[in-house]
Design a protein around this ligand. Structure first.
Ligand code: ZN
Length: 212
């Protein structure tokens, strides 16, 4: 990647995450922005990249980058049970009429997205524990701003034909589902917006997937 590239990556061989300069600007990061916004936006991206170290591919590498199975069979079994459920959730999303997200193809990215938001939110709450609960801004609480900032990083426009190609070939879920597929598993999102049974993205607690 060049410094001008808006992207980020994790390398399992070097156990390294990389953020080019271009992603360290709004809407991902703004040194003058409210902390809730930065944790929700670039924090979730950083968490996503760390999460790749522990997704269905990254977990096969050890801390030195060797391809070595370092997990207990019990951990692997429980991980697979959870990720299978996560994959089923994503496979239920219909990107365009008649064409669904492929939960297997997008597995690693979805694991990174979910773990990334969970990590960023945990980090944000640690920040709040030290600095105090922030005041509302424009009527929005800190937690609400965290989740809105996360969602706003995925604002996208795409033509149906391009979306069709991506649904079939891109290991990333379409941006809409990179947001909706994540927050419905995060308990803090339900509290932040008072999401109730009957709301469109509501999942009963026992159906929410918590991997990490
Ligand atoms: Zn990724």
């Amino acid at each position: 990647m060049t410094p001008q590239t808006i992207n980020a990556y994790y390398s399992p061989q070097t156990n390294q995450i990389t953020f080019p300069a271009a992603i360290l600007q709004p809407p991902f990061f703004d040194p003058h922005a409210d902390p809730a916004v930065n944790y929700g936006a670039i924090g979730s991206v950083i968490g996503h990249e760390i999460g790749h170290g522990f997704d269905d591919q990254g977990r096969r590498f050890d801390a030195t980058g060797r391809l070595r199975d370092w997990w207990t069979p019990q951990s692997a079994e429980r991980f697979t049970a959870l990720t299978t459920r996560l994959g089923e959730q994503y496979s239920a999303f219909e990107g365009i009429p008649g064409l669904h997200v492929n939960g297997q193809l997008t597995m690693g990215e979805n694991i990174g997205d979910l773990g990334g938001v969970e990590m960023a939110y945990a980090a944000y709450r640690r920040y709040v524990a030290q600095h105090g609960e922030p005041a509302a801004i424009d009527g929005l609480t800190g937690d609400q701003r965290f989740f809105l900032a996360f969602a706003q990083t995925w604002r996208t426009n795409i033509r149906p034909d391009a979306l069709r190609q991506r649904l079939l070939t891109d290991p990333h879920s379409p941006p809409e589902f990179r947001v909706n597929g994540v927050v419905r598993n995060v308990d803090a999102w339900y509290r932040a917006f008072n999401i109730q049974p009957g709301d469109k993205l509501y999942l009963p607690p026992e159906q929410r997937v918590h991997i990490w």
